[in-house]
Design a protein around this ligand. Structure first.
Ligand code: PLP
Length: 409
């Protein structure tokens, strides 16, 4: 059991007032709040250890280097990677996927090859593949959604007959919360000879990610969705791929030898980490992972599931609310529209009540188009939210619904 009062004490922002109302923060799918433990870790790095890494031989530089490499080892343990060299620090999920799409594309994609992704993806796990296919002449195939908002697994199976080079799929939909059967998908993709990239941006609080047990080839996530600093993230890649893939960013820190006309690349992971890293951010990310581990992902996941369930049931009971999708397994997010109200107006009116939710297309326009929509209101609770906050949301939606005639459709 999580000690809610104690936990909320770690997040002073949760006591903020917004428009004269207590803040009810239900936009954790976009970004999470940051506990004091992470703030302190970042502050300590800047206050006591600030120096560039891997380049200096002075004390602070050596200490900072050790701290960043300790963070890498910590992240490797967290994901159960075979070696710390398989952990690349990025600015977030988007950068990680772009790195793989560009580099894997350059190394392995040719005209006649196929990449498979899905209609459920965040734009960050779609556009990089569109571009990689455009550059290399490979074909992009899309797995569609069922009416319930799940992946059409029969179509996935059929597409595996094309023997794709790579399958890029999200673990959890950022709009519907649909939990994809990633173990099954990975097994089928591997049988067809494809590498698999998992977009785990929405999944890191939902399940323990063991990359060796999953046997995924790449996995990306963002620090800010697990209470870390913005501008941090991790790309896990199997060594066998990373060793064969070319760097895509060039500059300091990633080279072995440079002449005026040519360069050779450094070892993993540095080959992919050109330029000065977000050093304090990486320290903060490791502190965020420590915080997750201290609370326990199964405990966090159980609490978030219960809150989400309460939210979904409550929303379904409000006349005029249409909840998007009905997947068998939902985690992290529930989205809805209120009849007679544009989703922006619903979110704006909720904001006036102090309730922070997201509205719009959630960077998943193909998914919304499949549902015949242009947008929706999305509710994404975290373990630090209370039942009372979820009830405040439900009362807020009822209040919006009661505004006679709606605003506009
Ligand atoms: N993938 C999914 C499923 C997401 O939900 C998000 C962010 O909302 C991203 C990718 C992009 O993450 P970032 O903007 O941190 O790179």
């Amino acid at each position: 059991m999580l000690e809610l009062e104690q936990i909320r004490g770690d997040f002073p922002i949760l006591n903020t007032q917004v428009h004269g109302q207590p803040l009810v923060y239900l936009d954790n799918g976009a970004t999470m709040q940051v506990p004091v433990q992470v703030l302190r870790a970042v502050e300590e790095q800047y206050a006591h250890w600030q120096a560039n890494i891997h380049r200096g031989i002075h004390y602070l530089s050596e200490q900072s280097t050790v701290r960043v490499e300790e963070a890498r080892k910590h992240l490797a343990r967290f994901l159960n990677a075979a070696a710390p060299e398989e952990i690349l620090f990025t600015s977030g999920t988007t950068e990680g996927i772009n790195l793989v799409a560009r580099s894997f594309g350059e190394a392995f994609l040719h005209p006649g090859d196929t990449v498979v992704t899905t209609e459920m993806e965040h734009h960050s796990n779609l556009i990089p593949w569109q571009e990689a296919c455009r550059r290399t002449g490979a074909a992009l195939e899309i797995v569609h959604l069922t009416d319930r908002g799940e992946l059409d697994t029969e179509e996935f199976r059929r597409l595996m007959a094309l023997r794709p080079k790579l399958v890029a799929v999200t673990c959890v939909s950022n709009v519907l919360g649909t939990v994809n059967p990633v173990e099954e998908l990975i097994a089928q993709a591997h049988q067809a000879g494809a590498a698999v990239l998992l977009d785990a941006a929405q999944a890191m609080r939902h399940r323990v990610m063991d990359v060796q047990a999953l046997d995924c080839d790449f996995l990306c996530f963002s620090g800010h969705k697990i209470m870390g600093p913005t501008g941090t993230g991790v790309l896990y890649g199997k060594r066998k791929w990373l060793e064969q893939m070319p760097p895509v960013r060039f500059g300091g820190g990633m080279v072995d030898e440079v002449t005026a006309r040519s360069a050779t690349w450094g070892e993993l992971p540095f080959k992919f980490e050109a330029g000065t890293q977000n050093i304090a951010g990486i320290i903060g990310l490791a502190a965020a992972v420590s915080y997750l581990e201290k609370l326990g992902i199964p405990e966090i996941s159980a609490r978030e599931d219960a809150l989400l369930c309460r939210g979904e049931e409550g929303l379904r009971a409000i006349p005029g609310v249409e909840v998007l999708g009905s997947p068998a397994r939902r985690a992290g997010a529930v989205s809805f529209n209120l009849k007679g109200f544009h989703y922006y107006d619903t979110a704006r009116l909720l904001d006036q009540l102090g309730i922070a939710v997201r509205s719009g297309h959630h960077c998943a326009q193909p998914l919304l188009a499949r549902l015949g929509l242009t947008g929706a209101v999305r509710v994404t609770p975290a373990f630090y939210n209370t039942e009372e906050e979820m009830d405040a949301l439900l009362r807020g939606v009822e209040r919006v619904a009661s505004l006679a005639g709606g605003l506009r459709t």
